[in-house]
Design a protein around this ligand. Structure first.
Ligand code: PMP
Length: 418
């Protein structure tokens, strides 16, 4: 199983460029959202005729929807190596999942995290017991800093927030070491796997991580579904994240007030009609990715090496790195190009070469400020990426840097445009 690479929808999409031609779109922005897998599209297509409200109807289609929805929990559980006792709560995305966890922490939980995280992992934690550590330039030092911070943390529940792979540099965090230190201090760990899970197998049990969060749209499913997976006790003890239908087992009229019993399972935090299509897409993507790791890893390793080597050969390109160029990373490369404006470069790559990259601060302002002075470019690869896409980016950048563009660009509505 898994000899061929799973195919993505839109792999041969053609886009207009300034010469008037159409060229094959080189999507080098998988880190933002990955294109949908063909198998995911087919699975959604197959489900649509059965579209009906899960957990809410007696009809046959409703029963199908309910089964599909509950089977999706098991697919996500398998994909992330979660324990049988772990809750799988469906959310909109990683941001939603981390906010849910932040709202579910026991009172006075000490939260420790590093400041180079994506805003989704950096911002949801509130209160006097949140400690943001400055990310040091070396992973061993980061683990030591964490050890020190946890030693100083107040007595009580503790949570460490760590990213699996940085969305700015692609660097893989030393999660096993982080967990070891956390355990020594009785702390739980939440892994922001948004960037790691599309590129590497994530196994909660093997890593001994307490929680993991993912976004379907980065895992080759369409937008709309993500998950929080992990220990159920805090989640069950917490107030529901949203209140409404589905989160309650019983609501009674008690005259001057309502008597409300909240559900105890994952539904407690999933009020409202569930996104059956979204979670089915997410679950299918998990199943497909899980069957193709060997081939995926090989594909991405080769393309990442080609991309980094190519970029290094372009005058002025400086790769962003938290932990040094030799550190392990997934297929995400943040970089600057001398004094060139990254917004202009991204616009020219798109308008003249049909290449999609990301420019700006990638929702990780602290990290991008520190590593790049505020703005950078990011190229990120995935299952739909080809050698030609990578080579086209490298050659296009080289030409833009050495010869400039023959088209004029200006800033309109805050963005560079030809
Ligand atoms: N964490 C990381 C590391 C990410 O890369 C992202 C998305 N860029 C997020 C969290 C947030 O994901 P979403 O926007 O899907 O909620």
């Amino acid at each position: 199983v898994g000899a061929a690479l799973p195919r993505t929808v839109g792999a041969s999409l053609r886009v207009p460029v300034l010469t008037g031609e159409r060229v094959e779109y080189a999507n080098l922005d998988h880190a933002a959202s990955a294109p949908c897998l063909e198998q995911v599209r087919d699975a959604v297509d197959e489900l649509l005729p059965w579209y009906a409200s899960a957990h809410r109807g007696a009809g046959f289609a409703s029963q199908v929807s309910t089964r599909v929805y509950e089977q999706a929990r098991e697919a996500v559980r398998r994909f992330l190596g979660a324990r049988g006792s772990d809750a799988v709560v469906f959310t909109r995305n990683t941001t939603d999942a981390l906010n849910l966890l932040a709202r579910s922490l026991p009172k006075r939980t000490a939260v420790v995290l590093f400041d180079t995280e994506h805003h989704a992992a950096l911002l949801p934690w509130r209160g006097p017991h949140v400690r943001r550590l400055r990310t040091p330039g070396d992973p061993d030092a980061a683990v030591l800093e964490l050890d020190r911070a946890l030693r100083e943390a107040p007595v009580g529940p503790r949570l460490v927030v760590v990213t699996g792979a940085s969305n700015v540099t692609g660097e893989v965090w030393p999660v096993a070491e982080v967990v070891r230190v956390a355990r020594r201090h009785g702390a739980r760990v939440v892994l922001d796997a948004a960037q790691l899970a599309p590129h590497r197998p994530v196994d909660l049990r093997a890593l001994d991580v307490d929680y993991a969060v993912v976004s379907g749209h980065k895992l080759y499913a369409p937008f709309g579904a993500g998950a929080l997976v992990g220990r159920s006790d805090w989640l069950q003890a917490a107030e529901p994240y949203l209140v409404g239908g589905g989160a309650t087992t019983r609501v009674t009229d008690r005259g001057d007030r309502l008597g409300v019993s909240w559900s105890n399972g994952p539904e407690r935090h999933e009020a409202g009609t569930p996104n059956v299509v979204g979670v089915h897409a997410l679950a299918t993507a998990c199943d497909v990715l899980g069957r193709h790791w060997a081939r995926t890893l090989e594909h991405e390793r080769a393309l990442l090496a080609r991309l980094r080597e190519g970029l290094r050969s372009v005058p002025g390109v400086a790769e962003l790195s938290l932990f040094g160029a030799g550190h392990d990373r997934v297929g995400v490369v943040g970089f600057t190009v001398g004094a060139q404006d990254v917004g202009y470069l991204a616009a020219a790559l798109s308008a003249e070469h049909g290449i999609g990259v990301r420019d700006g601060a990638f929702c990780a302002h602290v990290a991008v400020q520190r590593l790049a002075g505020g703005r950078a470019l990011r190229a990120s690869i995935g299952l739909g990426t080809t050698e030609e896409h990578v080579d086209r980016l490298v050659e296009a950048l080289r030409r833009l840097v050495t010869e400039g563009s023959r088209f004029a660009y200006e800033v309109r509505d805050g963005r560079w445009a030809p």
